[in-house]
Write a protein of this length. Sequence first.
Length: 167
Amino acid sequence: MSRSGRTGQVRCELCGHRFDPAALACHAECPLGANCTLICCPRCGYQAVDTGRTWVGRLLGRLLRRRSGLGASEPVVPVAPRPRPTIPLSHVLPGREVEVVALRDLPGTSASRLAAFGIVPGSRVEVLQRRPTPLIRIGETELALGQETLERIEVAPPTGRRVRRAS
């Protein structure tokens, strides 16, 4: 589970659902009470350790804040994002169509397999879903790829419009 910038909300790593763990019945009525360090996703049931409630998580959080020089009273100023010439395919939202620019650090056999499916520089791919398994479309072919492979496929950033296909 990963914390978002919203008030206490977390995002499930498995299904992507956002929820407030303090509002969950299992969190409030757990027989372990204050000693329970699990967060359960209400949609899929995935459980993860709440690092903010564990002794080790709190200790590491304090050490990291001290090491980075940020005190508890100092506000964190977000850094403005810089436009990048390319982004990994894993960062593209579902429903967007992008152009492949390069295949980075792929072994020869993996690059050959991707080329057989039409994933070469200059080709257009559409991201259909990112969770639980990344799924992309190349022409009329739908292909499930691992997250590690998607990280190595560099694409031009999408224009922001979603692809509409007739079904």
